[in-house]
Design a protein around this ligand. Structure first.
Ligand SMILES: N[C@H](CCC[C@H](N)C(=O)O)C(=O)O
Length: 274
């Protein structure tokens, strides 16, 4: 089975072109095997592309643990770049059918801009105070430590926690404990941030179903929304990730969150299923 390896700021994916929409549960084990960095190709996730009637193409994403996610910013940038480069008839603005609806991506020479949709401040099974004048940070106790967080969904769940210094925070200790905390019945992506200025946020991420990644596009969107709600940044800012920078803007007219960043081809190959 042919595949293409790509990444968005080091958040890396295996892309596979399918003739029709996949039965996702049948891909769980394959995703685990393919994403294994020793016994497989190695990636943070598996992206399945397929033809659809009501968009340029459809895509579904599985994390490296085989779980299916609703949204993946870095993967959709890669999928848009992939489709544009592989289809001479492709336009620079594409509509991609995802689990949470149709998403629009616009490609320039070296960047991809994605409309990541409207942030959802409820539905994480954690009611978030909608009084935007006083966004309630909620607390969670883990192993005797209390963390204050802002919950934002971009279709997938994100828990944004401000820390003294995101660069040195022990994410490998607290990330997995928070990801699987009982408060989050569907688990959650955990972002640890340090706000550097009104237009610059440093972020590290422990991703649901993956672990620490070099970048998380939907997480960067959630971080910008949380920081605006908490009165710390403007509605457009640079998010500094281990793998590089993303530009995130929360449009206050249409409430849509726009993410702009690169998508990079690495190699193509043939998967010899075991
Ligand atoms: N692990 C995430 C999906 C991938 C998100 C991230 N890679 C991105 O770029 O948005 C989840 O289960 O919600």
């Amino acid at each position: 089975m042919k595949f293409t390896k790509m990444h968005g700021l080091g958040n890396d994916f295996i892309l596979i072109d399918l003739p029709e929409s996949p039965q996702l549960e049948a891909w769980e084990e394959t995703a685990i095997q393919m994403c294994d960095r020793h016994f497989g190709i190695g990636a943070d996730g598996l992206v399945l592309l397929f033809p659809v009637d009501d968009a340029d193409f459809g895509m579904r994403i599985l994390n490296r643990d085989g779980s299916v996610t609703e949204q993946c910013g870095n993967a959709i940038r890669c999928a848009g770049r992939y489709y544009y480069e592989k289809n001479s008839s492709a336009k620079q603005t594409l509509v991609i059918q995802t689990r949470i609806g149709n998403q629009t991506v616009s490609l320039t020479e070296d960047e991809v801009c994605v409309n990541m949709g409207e942030p959802i401040l409820q539905g994480l099974e954690i009611p978030v105070d909608l009084d935007l004048e006083r966004v309630v940070k909620q607390s969670i106790d883990v192993n005797g430590e209390r963390f204050w967080f802002t919950a934002v969904s971009m279709g997938n769940p994100h828990i944004v926690i401000e820390v003294e210094d995101a660069a040195t925070f022990p994410i490998e200790i607290w990330g997995p404990l928070l990801e699987t905390h009982a408060l989050f019945p569907n688990r959650a992506n955990i972002e640890f941030i340090t706000v550097r200025s009104a237009t610059d946020i440093q972020m590290r991420v422990w991703e649901r179903g993956v672990g620490q990644t070099l970048a998380c596009g939907s997480g960067a969107c959630a971080v910008l929304v949380a920081s605006v709600l908490n009165g710390q940044t403007e509605t457009k800012a640079q998010i500094e990730l281990l793998g590089g920078e993303l530009t995130i803007e929360w449009n206050q007219e249409n409430q849509q969150v726009y993410m702009t960043g690169p998508a990079t081809f690495v190699f193509e190959g043939e998967w010899v299923s075991s």
